[in-house]
Design a protein around this ligand. Sequence first.
Ligand code: ADP
Ligand code: MG
Length: 389
Amino acid sequence: MLSRPEALLSPHDDSPGDSRTGPRSAGEDAARTAAQPPVRISARGISKSYGTTAALRDVSLDVKTGEFLTLLGPSGSGKTTLLNIVAGFVRLDAGQLFFDDEDVTLKAVNRRGLGMVFQNYALFPHMTVGENVAFPLRVRKLGRQEVRRRVDSVLRLVKLEALAARNVSALSGGQRQRVALARAVVFSPRIVLMDEPLSALDKSLREEMQVEIRHLQKRIGATTMYVTHDQREAMTIGDRVAVMNEARLIQCGTPAEIYQRPQTAFVARFIGESTLLPVRPQGASLALVDGTPLRTEHPVPSGDELYLVLRAERMLLPAECTEKTNRLAIVLRDVIYQGDSLLIIGEAAGGMQVSLRRQLRHGMIGGLPASGETLRVGIDPDSAIIVGP
Ligand code: ADP
Ligand code: MG
């Protein structure tokens, strides 16, 4: 396998399918680096195994033209493998990959028109910020003035114009990641791929960079795939989120759809602060395992294994319940003050831990019972989401 930055930055067209010969004209080079319109990425039934380990099982996914899609899932779920297949670093065992209507399954990495950003920056340590960012343009043999113009413009975009002459080894982590971003987008790629680019940064810098990357992507307009295992980051940054688990794509939707309409127990657990209580059909309706009838305004999936999704912020205190509210007795275990909110933790029948979170706008919530006492909390039918396994 080629070392990644070299493969991406190589000026050579070494694709076996390339019929062109002889030196390329200057006009052709300029055309290669002119802003290319973004494309739709379509994965069709992609599978990949390493020995007996399945990294991807029959994954089909569309990333719309100009869209920012985040791939979210626990470690080992296949996110990097999918990104590497889109990049061309990894050959798939089955399936096809399209950019718009072009089948690119066998297309060489350096002919795919990609910018990539990795966790470990992969910058050239002996070069300045400006030289690092100029590199992809130099290997494409752009003229000096054009290189200068583009580097200046992209450094302004990532707020590094004042540091162009500094050596990258003298930069902070956040600054280095900005250089890596600038270098990935300076040649106006039609696709940008990022694999956990912020995971080496501390929390506050990470949050700041999430918003910046989102703005940058909207400015440049390239179709973008971004890998993360952090659900909040995935929702903050992406137009849509594709949730992966155990080599499969589980659900893809807007952050609101993923959060409000999880389709499986895995997605409901992985996103948000939630507890899943088993429920069972009772005649035409549903009941909790202790027989308490359950009203929901949401569709109920087919099958016998069903769960009620309890989100901490949707749970109601007794005083907030009406006669329509589903009620659930919990034994109070802990009340935790977290500054902006209060986290109330209890135990339902069967030992399931149920959390209830309340934003604190006017000081503490009064009238809570002591630890060990029973509290009849509630969930309204319009918040009662039911998922299959
Ligand atoms: P993620 O990025 O979601 O953490 P990966 O795509 O890196 O997941 O890995 C998916 C699965 O494939 C894991 O079980 C991983 O161990 C395996 N895997 C990935 N790359 C290789 C490789 N080069 N050789 C062997 N196994 C691999
Ligand atoms: Mg990974």
